[in-house]
Design a protein. Structure first.
Length: 236
């Protein structure tokens, strides 16, 4: 039997070191007030990411909090693929139907080589990850958010990779449940000490699993292991 080795992807965007001033400029660019609490979603928008759950959860949060915004960093595919374009349009329509569209910013797609995506994430307070199948180490959008030190809420799938620790480096909740997600979002808003613990945990997770250095080391170790295995078979 062959073995599978997982090498989690490093961030798929250029990461820039922002400061309070650049963060303020980016928030102003999006029309965000200094007092706004900002949740961010990163990546392409397609059905398995359960954006409708996030929108319905956000409606619940908006009913209890006034200064809250939702930032979608990314956009749709350039070409229509498996109905993704239709899904995106449905999400635009749903945001209006739920009457949350006035508190949502859709940035559209960005060039991974530019600083735009990184600056956008730095304008946020908390990241939200809502895949139907739950968070996994091979999710590049999660690695990008973790590398920015964003406290994160993520869905728990049927299989959870060991490095993810609830309330230490991620706030986990069940998928496809707007009420549960909304409660997690409200908890993050109300508990700055929890956000700080998750921020530190995310950076530690990113350093141990998502850095280019660790990806290179794991790749070299894997190749060396295959080479030794071939030599052993030759000797045998």
């Amino acid at each position: 039997k062959g073995k599978v080795s997982l090498i989690p992807p490093p961030p798929n965007m250029r990461i820039c070191k922002g400061d309070v001033e650049s963060c303020g400029r980016q928030r102003a660019k999006f029309g965000l007030d200094p007092e706004d609490f900002v949740f961010a979603f990163l990546g392409y928008i397609y059905p398995s990411k359960s954006v409708e759950t996030l929108l319905r959860a956000f409606q619940i949060v908006m009913s209890q909090k006034t200064q809250v915004k939702l930032l979608f960093v990314g956009g749709k595919f350039d070409l229509n693929y498996n109905g993704e374009d239709i899904y995106v349009e449905q999400m635009y329509a749903l945001s209006k139907e739920l009457r949350v569209d006035s508190n949502i910013v859709w940035t559209g797609s960005f060039n991974a080589d530019s600083e735009e995506g990184s600056l956008s994430l730095q304008a946020a307070d908390v990241g939200v990850f809502t895949f139907n199948n739950g968070v996994q180490l091979n999710n590049s959008s999660f690695s990008s958010m973790a590398s920015h030190g964003l406290p994160m809420i993520a869905t728990r799938g049927p299989y959870l990779d060991e490095p993810f620790v609830h309330r230490e480096n991620v706030m986990l909740c069940e998928p496809n449940d707007p009420n549960v997600l909304a409660q997690s979002m409200l908890l993050m808003m109300d508990q700055p000490e929890l956000r700080e613990r998750l921020r530190k945990g995310a950076l530690k997770l990113a350093s141990e699993w998502f850095s280019w250095e660790r990806a290179t080391e794991r790749t070299i170790e894997l190749l060396q292991g295959h080479a030794l295995s071939r030599e052993s078979r030759k000797i045998a």
